[in-house]
Design a protein around this ligand. Structure first.
Ligand code: MRU
Length: 357
């Protein structure tokens, strides 16, 4: 998608380095950063220079290729793979991508291993772009249906950034929105600010602006009253881990939005590529929920009058803070899942049917 009119993907390999858009600098500065080593890739995932489930999967795949580029000793590759998987705990895409890479690399001789790793990392990214595009084509039908009844702007609420910046391209939750916008359907997006890291305000609103999609940032607690007032036609969010029973684990606050949507009869859709499905964990209580540094709550970042990025403390010095990064929305609150294969009920039967082969 576009930044200042130029098409980008979020990650690519060029001149022996992996290039990423440093998302910690957005929306104030557009910086392309080089990842030269597997350590760089692990750090980029940890400090969220790259974030969003599909993109951290793609970064992990390229991270493993960087490890091989540094040293193709099998012990080093194995240790790098383990560290990449551990770099963030909740999104299943890290493990999914590394497992796929390891499978592809097994039995490949040392002369070819780097080429195969780079090829597979690109395949993972290309596939994500294709799947996210298909999510958009499938989700477009839902927006079209709302528009054909309402005959007026479709108001869509989204949480966090499940946009193209969270994937390789198109996004998950945003892909139906971009497809609708490109088709000329009038859409307007309510963007949850998404404290504490403000992915909604900093990233979703930014990328929608760049694509000229009308949007309004709201505080995280505003969605409820907007739904009561009939000002939300549909919610679409992403997910970091979808269980086979249809429960979805996504950015903290998603659950509360789903409850409000349920109470107000607003359809609540979750958009995902199949790489975020965890077919193994059966009980949501077993999903590892990331707890991040509480300073993400107590400090906020912005630009000062000299356009310099600054961090300021906003809490009392002595106060404790707790920063859980994800929550689980039970399947019963999810209207349906929008995937690359089609739209499915958020249930074991729905997912089984869609992914039977
Ligand atoms: O902590 P983040 O910014 O990585 O969290 C991202 C989300 O919660 C997204 O909604 C999710 O990864 C889906 S991205 C298409």
């Amino acid at each position: 998608m576009k930044i200042e009119g130029k098409d980008y993907r979020t990650i690519w390999y060029e001149n022996n380095v992996v290039k990423i858009i440093d998302q910690t600098k957005l929306p104030h500065k557009f910086v392309i950063k080089d990842l030269k080593t597997v350590k760089n890739a692990i750090n980029a995932i940890k400090i969220m220079e790259v974030r969003g489930a599909p993109l951290i999967g793609g970064t992990a795949a390229y991270g493993l290729a960087l490890a091989i580029q540094e040293n193709n000793n099998s012990e080093f590759i194995k240790k790098s793979a383990e560290e990449l998987i551990k770099s963030r705990p909740t999104a299943i895409n890290l493990k999914w991508a590394i497992d796929r890479m390891i499978k592809k690399l097994s039995g490949i001789n040392s002369d070819q291993i780097l080429d195969v790793a780079l090829y597979e990392a690109k395949e993972i990214c290309d596939e994500d772009e294709k799947f996210c595009k298909n999510i958009g084509i499938n989700g477009l039908k839902i927006i079209e249906e709302i528009y054909s009844k309402k005959k007026d702007t479709v108001n869509i609420l989204t949480h966090c950034n499940a946009g193209w910046l969270a994937t390789i391209n198109w996004g998950t939750a945003t892909s139906p929105i971009y497809h609708a916008h490109k088709k000329g359907i009038p859409v307007h997006v309510w963007v949850d600010e998404t404290r504490p890291r403000n992915q909604g305000a900093n990233l979703t609103s930014y990328e929608l602006n760049e694509e000229e999609v009308p949007n309004t940032i709201i505080a995280d607690n505003t969605g409820g009253i907007l739904m009561q007032r009939g000002e939300v036609d549909i919610c679409i969010v992403g997910t970091d881990r979808t269980l086979s029973n249809g429960d979805v684990c996504n950015k903290i606050g998603t659950y509360l939005k789903a409850l409000a949507a349920y109470d107000n009869n607003v359809p609540f859709y979750v958009a995902l590529p199949s790489s975020t499905i965890d077919w193994d964990i059966k009980d949501a209580k077993d999903i590892p929920i990331e707890e991040r540094n509480s300073e993400e709550l107590s400090y906020v970042e912005g630009v000062d009058e000299n356009n310099q990025i600054k961090k300021v403390l906003i809490y009392p010095n002595k106060s404790k803070a707790m920063n859980l990064a994800f929550d689980v929305t039970p399947a019963k609150y999810v209207t349906a899942l929008i995937t690359e294969r089609g739209i499915s009920e958020a249930s074991s039967d729905g997912l089984k049917e869609l992914f039977k082969k």
